[in-house]
Design a protein around this ligand. Sequence first.
Ligand SMILES: *[C@@H]1O[C@H](CO)[C@@H](O)[C@H](O)[C@H]1NC(C)=O
Ligand SMILES: *[C@@H]1O[C@H](CO)[C@@H](O)[C@H](O)[C@H]1NC(C)=O
Ligand SMILES: *[C@@H]1O[C@H](CO)[C@@H](O)[C@H](O)[C@H]1NC(C)=O
Ligand SMILES: *[C@@H]1O[C@H](CO)[C@@H](O)[C@H](O)[C@H]1NC(C)=O
Ligand SMILES: *[C@@H]1O[C@H](CO)[C@@H](O)[C@H](O)[C@H]1NC(C)=O
Ligand SMILES: *[C@@H]1O[C@H](CO)[C@@H](O)[C@H](O)[C@H]1NC(C)=O
Ligand SMILES: *[C@@H]1O[C@H](CO)[C@@H](O)[C@H](O)[C@H]1NC(C)=O
Ligand SMILES: *[C@@H]1O[C@H](CO)[C@@H](O)[C@H](O)[C@H]1NC(C)=O
Length: 615
Amino acid sequence: MSAAKLLLVAGLLASGAHASPIQQRSPYAVKDSHFVPSKWRQAAPAPATQTIDLRIAVKQNAFDDLERHLYEVSDPDHSRYGQHLSEHDVKKLVQPSDDSLTLVHEWLADNGIDTTHLSYSAAKDWIKVSLPVHRIESLLDTKYSVYRHEDGSETVRTHEWSLPVHLHEHIDTIQPTNSFFRSKPKAISLEVNKFAGTYSNEVTYHQDPNVTAICTPRGVTPLCMRTLYETIDYIPQSAGKNKMALANYLGETNNRSDTYLFLEKFRPEAKEAAYTFQFDVINNGSTSQEVVQTNIDIEGDLDVETMLAMGWPTPLTAYAVGGSPPFIPSNGTTENTNEPYLDWLQHVLSQSDDVLPQVVSTSYDDEEQTVPVSYAKRVCEDLAQLGARGVSVFYSSGDSGVGGDGSCVTNNGSGAKRFIPEFPSTCPYVTSVGATMDFKPEVVAYHSSGYASGGGFSDIFPRPAYQDKAVKAYLKTIGSRDAEYFNASGRAYPDLSAQGSYFSTVWNGTDTLVSGTSASCPLIAAIIALVNDALIAGGKPTLGFLNPWLYKKGYRAFTDITSGSAVGCSEIGDGKGFPSAIGWDPVSGVGTPRFRDIIHKLGVHGTWNHTGGFS
Ligand SMILES: *[C@@H]1O[C@H](CO)[C@@H](O)[C@H](O)[C@H]1NC(C)=O
Ligand SMILES: *[C@@H]1O[C@H](CO)[C@@H](O)[C@H](O)[C@H]1NC(C)=O
Ligand SMILES: *[C@@H]1O[C@H](CO)[C@@H](O)[C@H](O)[C@H]1NC(C)=O
Ligand SMILES: *[C@@H]1O[C@H](CO)[C@@H](O)[C@H](O)[C@H]1NC(C)=O
Ligand SMILES: *[C@@H]1O[C@H](CO)[C@@H](O)[C@H](O)[C@H]1NC(C)=O
Ligand SMILES: *[C@@H]1O[C@H](CO)[C@@H](O)[C@H](O)[C@H]1NC(C)=O
Ligand SMILES: *[C@@H]1O[C@H](CO)[C@@H](O)[C@H](O)[C@H]1NC(C)=O
Ligand SMILES: *[C@@H]1O[C@H](CO)[C@@H](O)[C@H](O)[C@H]1NC(C)=O
C-alpha cells in the first residue's frame, strides 16, 4: 500500500479541488474479510461468466446527523417528538459527497465500466452495476467460489475483497461479496400441525371478555388475541391515512384464497380484504396464487392472515421481494446471487411520504455472524432512515432461543463456544419481537421440539442509550451467568413480545397450526398499526421508531413476562440461555401490549364500541 498516493488524494480533497482524474490504479488493500460461516462449505470455482448485480454502498455524507434527528423525533420528551423527516430531508442527509461519487466513478471507468449506465438508489448512496464474475474478481482483487450450505442450497460468494486504498474511506461495503446472510423465514423451520380440536370461536364477539374462556393454547385465534391485547372493541377511524405492510422473501407469498377462508372463519367482517390487499412487487418477486410447493406460503399466509385479522380495515401492502439467493440445487451453475434484502430497502426508501406505510413486519432473519460487519452496519444505517421517516420497523427475534443446539460456535475459526444472536434484530434502529404462549399468565414461548423465543446481545452493535437502564438492571439479576458466551455491552433484543405459539391459520385450504416469532411479529405490527390509527384520529403523530418511547414510557402499558427462558445452545451452561425476569429481559423484552393502556398513556381516547364487553 502506498502512503504517498493516499496523501496526494487527501491533499486534493482538502484543498477543495475536484478530485481530478487518477490516471493509474492506486494500490489495492483488503477492505473487508469475513469468515465463511460454519454451515457453508466451498464447493466449486464460481462460473466466470455468471452475472452478479453488484451493489456499492458509497459513504453517506451525514449519517451522524441522521441518527441525531432519528433519536430526537423518537424521544417522547424531546420538543421534536413525532416530527418525522420527509423523504427529501433524509435524502439530503444520506447523499454522498461529490468527491466520494467522483472517486468511485473514476475507479469504475478506470476498470472499463461505462459509468453513464449505472443505476442508483434515490439518494445515490448505492450504485448498482451488473457484471460477470470474472470482471468483479478483477475489480475487487478477489476470487469468488460456489459455496454450499449444509441444507444443500448454494450461493456465489467470496470471503475477502479489496479496494484501492484511496477508496476505503469512500465506500462502506460492496455486496454480494462476503455476506452469507439469507434472511430465512421463521415459520418454515417450525412445527406445522393440522388442527384436530375445536376452536373456541363460537364465543360471540363482544361478550364478556373472559380470556380463559376464549383462548386455548393449541389454536390461538384472532378473537383470542384481540381479547387478550384489548383491541377487540376498538373502532378504527384512520384507514387509508394509516397503512401497514409486510415483507415476503425467498419465493414466499400470500395466498388470497387461503386468506379469504381464514378471515371468513375468524374475522368475517374483514374477509373482502383478502382480495383487496396490495402486492408491491420488487425485483419480480412472487405473487403466484397457483402452485403449491411443499411448505411454500406457510410464512406468507401466517403473516397476511394475522395482520388483516388484527389490523383490519387498515390497508395492507405485501412487498413481494424477488431475487431469492440459494435454494437452487447444485451443479455449479447457481443462478441467483442477488441480495433481496437490499433490493427491498432501496425500494422502500425511494417511496414517497404519502405511500410509505407506518409499520412494516418482517419475519425473516439470519445469524448475525453470517453478516460481515460492514454490511450489517450499512443495512442497519439504512433501516434508520425508515425510522427517521416515521416507520416502525419490526423483525422477529428468532426461534432458537440463544442459538440452535449444536451450532453455538463463533465464526472466527477458533471454535469457541458462543451464543448466536440474530440479525437484523441486533440492529439498534429496529424493534425486535419475541414470542409468548399461554394466557394466565403468558410465559416465554417454548416447545419441546426446540422452538424457543430468540434473544440475546449483538456482537457487532453496541448497546444504544435508550436501553441502558433496562439492560443494566437485567444484567445485575443474572450476575456472571454464561458471561463468557455473549458481549454484555452489545445491543440487546428483543424489545417486546406477543403470542407466537400454535396460531390457527389456513394454509393450502386447510386448518393449520403454526408457531414462531414469525407469528408474533405481524401480530405486534398490526396492534401498533391500530395505535397509530388512534393517534392519527386524535390529531397526533404516529409512533415511528418505537424503542426510545418503549423503554422510557411505553413499557408501563405492557404486561411483564417473568416466566420461561431463551432455551438454546444446549452445549453451553444449563442450556436454558437467558432466563426471563421482572422488568425487561432478553427473552420477552418489555412484555406484551395492553392496547387500551397504550393509547390512554399516549393521550388519546380512541373510538370504542360500547355495545361490547369493554366500556
Ligand atoms: C372465565 O371462564 C372460565 C372458563 O370458562 C370460567 O371458569 C371462569 O369462571 C370465567 N371467569 C369469569 C370472571 O367469568
Ligand atoms: C419473473 O418471474 C416469472 C415467474 O417465476 C418468470 O416466468 C419471468 O421470466 C420472470 N421475469 C423476469 C423479468 O425475470
Ligand atoms: C395441498 O392440498 C391438496 C388438496 O387438498 C393436496 O393434494 C396437496 O397434497 C396439499 N399440498 C401440500 C404441500 O400439503
Ligand atoms: C446444470 O443445471 C442447468 C439447469 O438445470 C443445466 O442447464 C446445465 O446443463 C447443468 N450443468 C451441468 C454441468 O450439469
Ligand atoms: C474468536 O471469538 C472468541 C469468542 O468471541 C474469542 O474468545 C477469540 O479470541 C476469537 N479468536 C480469534 C482468533 O479472533
Ligand atoms: C463488546 O461490544 C462492544 C460494543 O459493541 C465492543 O466495543 C467490544 O469490543 C466488544 N468486546 C468484545 C470482547 O468483543
Ligand atoms: C392458494 O390456495 C388455494 C387453496 O386454498 C390453492 O388452490 C392454491 O393452489 C394456492 N396457491 C398457492 C400458491 O399456494
Ligand atoms: C358494535 O358491536 C355490536 C355488538 O357486537 C355490533 O353488532 C356492531 O356492528 C358493532 N359496531 C361497530 C361499529 O363495530
